[in-house]
Design a protein around this ligand. Structure first.
Ligand SMILES: Nc1nc2c(c(=O)[nH]1)N[C@H]1C(S)=C(S)[C@@H](COP(=O)(O)OP(=O)(O)OC[C@H]3O[C@@H](n4cnc5c(=O)[nH]c(N)nc54)[C@H](O)[C@@H]3O)O[C@H]1N2
Ligand SMILES: Nc1nc2c(c(=O)[nH]1)N[C@H]1C(S)=C(S)[C@@H](COP(=O)(O)OP(=O)(O)OC[C@H]3O[C@@H](n4cnc5c(=O)[nH]c(N)nc54)[C@H](O)[C@@H]3O)O[C@H]1N2
Ligand code: SF4
Ligand SMILES: [Mo]
Length: 678
């Protein structure tokens, strides 16, 4: 084929989204002209979301960073001058060396998350670099840490059922998950299940796109899901709807759970959750009498003070009704366990000079920058935009403004975080990289070959940390390797799921499904300490947590009248795309949904500009009056940039650095605020 003929090449969507779609990219003369889904992929089957359909606009965006820059004005003013990579590397290397000599390596903190989900670029060469450097470790807990810990206490691992089997489900609870916006292929599978007779119930604090799509919507007060799960258990037990044979064989602690559920009659649960008692009884009866039943557990409920317990409690339900092992029955929060590659070989924690180096929870970045001892003097940000996404943003930004802090930010765009950087480095898009992608929902690993050359002087995370490592004099056998070498190392792990998968297999086919002979690894293999599903958990008791599910209210003092939930929106991925005009237009403007009763009591009308505030900060936003939320609840959607929305203040100026009950998770949604006309 001649170079001028359009051709279609295969790619993978790199964003932090469960679907990890296979893409077909149309190229003309070496330029990406359009993006579509790859119809051959067994799960994503050619469908992609609107965000990624125009990804060429992001790749070729006029604002893309194309060369390194050094700050020349005060922090926060965006005054930079162009420098070469040579200058950037020598300044960074010198700073790193000086910091280690004067303060020790703990004064250096990497800060990253999954702006690019590629395994090599998100948890490969970067991890090696910071391990070898001996820097402070970062606990990457901002997303699903609480729920994963809670799920693990009950089931032993972050694993659920194969989503492809959910077409067989007959009753589906979509619990704290905004599927239509955040996991579109799950919607496609459930539409098929519905055609075959399934009922879909959405449990959420906000009537959103998913509630409209579902057959029934149950609005719940934020942070009260543990009580609802216990109320359902109360009814299931009272009405003899539990599967005693399954429980006898596969679960531990049923009697303790029966005693605990006794404390949660529907009337009490109704007062806690805001759900009428009859609705709780009906929900439990429907769930208890349907099979196969499936619970898709989302992130919404775990971003609370009690989020770990909520997930732990909910995932007891499929055990009570004996759903594991039935095609289309069980639950799914995340499936990362199945496609786990060799993280030891990838990340090389053995390179750490001191295994007891301190570790800093990323949800407390503000505190770490302002108060840590020894102080954080060097911050290296990549794959993340903490000035927008981290909680308690005013403290984060205050920390980033510190004169004695040296900050490097590697990104594709001059984000709000870059404004505080001493050195800004240009990152490639994933189209420019070779990488390996797993999904935290479906069961396919995908290989990605670069489809365009790096733009300008951009470098991938892999190349940046490889070259910086070599510049620092680190071992060539660890750092001077190719992407292909590293992918081979990642695949070098003996697990029944990877089942001997090789680089050649992926090169030939593009993807491979993890081997799972049964609907899930449960109940045959339950990797808890007891080998059973732990309705009662001694590990929790030892950790100072209630050993059986128990409802505790959120910790935020209730001096202020409203609970604020600041979730993601339909057209961005976290703060990614917050600078893309087409997608911003679709979202119109940042708004806060408010119950009509509350609005009337406050004299607020549709579209009024309001000030939402608490002791941590304030946020100016338009109010949307609708009965989309219960009285006393406010919901915003989207992590909007401040740049381009001047005077708004990101919603994370209101959220707290408190950690959740388990896993050191974030508590974004356990926020109390007041609201007034601006
Ligand atoms: N379009 C889009 N897709 C995305 C993302 C994005 O930003 N935009 N982000 C990606 C990432 S990183 C993640 S982690 C996932 C998150 O995707 P989801 O798992 O869907 O999680 P959220 O959207 O955070 O919250 C889900 C729902 O929980 C509700 N909720 C909040 N508090 C509670 C509660 O106490 N109880 C109950 N029952 N519901 C509650 C919220 O109103 C929301 O509708 O999506 C990924 N996909
Ligand atoms: N209030 C509130 N806050 C939240 C949430 C919420 O629901 N409400 N959600 C939380 C959740 S679940 C998550 S996962 C986090 C997400 O927080 P982040 O991981 O920070 O996600 P993004 O905002 O998408 O920022 C990712 C950045 O990485 C950059 N990037 C992309 N690819 C590359 C690359 O290859 N190399 C480099 N160096 N950079 C790259 C992007 O341009 C972007 O600026 O936010 C959390 N914050
Ligand atoms: S953001 Fe999610 S749904 Fe959209 S293309 Fe990427 S993986 Fe698919
Ligand atoms: Mo996330």
């Amino acid at each position: 084929m001649s170079a001028t003929q359009p051709k279609i090449v295969r790619s993978v969507c790199p964003f932090d989204c469960p679907d990890t779609c296979s893409l077909h990219v149309k190229m003309e003369q070496g330029v990406i002209v359009s993006i579509d889904g790859n119809p051959d992929h067994p799960v994503t089957k050619g469908a992609i979301c609107n965000k990624v359909r125009n990804l060429n606009e992001r790749v070729y965006h006029p604002d893309r960073l194309l060369h390194p820059m050094r700050r020349v004005g005060p922090k926060g003013t965006q005054e930079f001058e162009r420098i070469s990579w040579e200058e950037a590397y020598s300044e960074i290397a010198k700073r790193l060396t000086d910091t280690i000599e004067s303060k020790g390596a703990e004064a250096i903190l990497p800060y990253s998350f999954y702006g690019n989900m590629g395994i090599l670029n998100a948890e490969g060469m970067d991890r090696r670099f910071f391990h070898r450097l001996g820097s402070s470790q970062l606990e990457r807990t901002i997303c699903n840490a609480a729920g994963s810990a809670g799920y693990k206490y009950t089931m032993g691992a972050s694993a659920g059922i194969d989503p492809e089997d959910t077409v067989h489900s007959k009753y589906v609870l979509v619990w704290g998950c905004n599927l239509v916006s955040t996991n579109m292929h799950q919607v496609i599978y459930l539409n098929e299940a519905r055609k075959r007779g399934a009922k879909i119930v959405h449990i959420d604090v906000h009537r959103n796109r998913t509630s409209v799509w579902a057959d029934e919507f149950i609005p719940i007060l934020p942070g009260t899901d543990t009580a609802l799960a216990l109320g359902m258990m109360h009814v299931l037990i009272k009405e003899g709807m539990t599967d005693l044979a399954f429980l006898e064989k596969y679960a531990k602690g049923y009697e303790e759970l029966v005693a605990q559920a006794e404390n949660y009659p529907p009337e009490r649960v109704s007062q806690i959750t805001g759900i009428p008692a009859e609705a709780i009884v009906k929900l439990a009866r429907e769930y208890g009498s349907a099979s196969p039943s499936y619970i898709r557990i989302g992130n919404g409920l775990q971003h609370h003070d009690n989020g770990g317990m909520a997930v732990r409690a909910i995932v007891c339900l499929p055990a009570l009704t004996g759903q594991w092992g039935i095609l289309g029955g069980g639950a799914l929060k995340g499936n990362g366990y199945y496609s786990a590659v060799n993280s030891y070989k990838l990340e090389r924690p053995d390179l750490m000079p001191d295994k007891n180096v301190r570790s800093i929870n990323m949800n407390r970045l503000g505190e770490a920058l302002m108060k840590a001892e020894p102080s954080v003097d060097f911050l290296f940000v990549y794959n993340s935009n903490p000035a927008v996404v981290a909680p308690d943003q005013n403290q984060v930004r205050k920390g980033l403004m510190r004169d004695d802090l040296f900050t490097v930010v590697h990104d594709l765009f001059l984000t709000d975080t870059c404004k505080y950087a001493d050195i800004v480095l240009p990152a490639t898009s994933h189209f420019e990289n070779r990488d390996l992608f797993s999904s935290y929902w479906h069961l396919y690993l995908q290989l990605h070959e670069p489809i365009i050359e790096p733009m300008g002087e951009c470098k991938s995370n892999f190349t940046l940390f490889k070259e910086l490592g070599l510049r620092m004099g680190f071992e060539p056998e660890v750092f001077d390797i190719t992407e292909e070498d590293m992918i081979r190392q990642a695949l070098d792990r003996s697990t029944p799921f990877l089942n001997g998968l090789t680089y050649e297999d992926l090169e030939r086919d593009g993807w491979a499904k993890m081997k799972l002979d049964k609907p899930s690894m449960f109940p045959d293999r339950i990797p808890t300490p007891s080998g059973k599903i732990e309705l009662y958990s001694e590990a929790m008791l030892r950790a100072g947590l209630p050993p059986v599910p128990e409802y505790t209210p959120i910790k935020e003092p209730d001096e202020l009248p409203f609970l604020l939930v600041t979730g993601p929106n339909h057209s961005f991925i976290n703060s990614t795309f917050g600078n893309q005009e087409r997608l911003k237009k679709l979202e119109k403007q940042p708004t806060a949904d408010m119950n009509a009763e509350d609005a009337a009591a406050r004299g607020l009308q549709q579209g009024d500009r309001v000030r939402i505030w608490n002791e941590r900060g304030e946020c100016f936003i338009a109010v949307k009056v609708a009965n989309n939320v219960l009285p006393g609840v406010l919901v915003t959607q989207g992590l909007w940039w401040e740049q381009g929305n001047e005077g708004m203040q990101a919603v994370n100026s209101l959220t707290s650095q408190r950690l959740s009950d388990m896993g050191g998770g974030a508590t974004f949604f356990s926020t109390r605020v007041d609201i007034e006309k601006a």
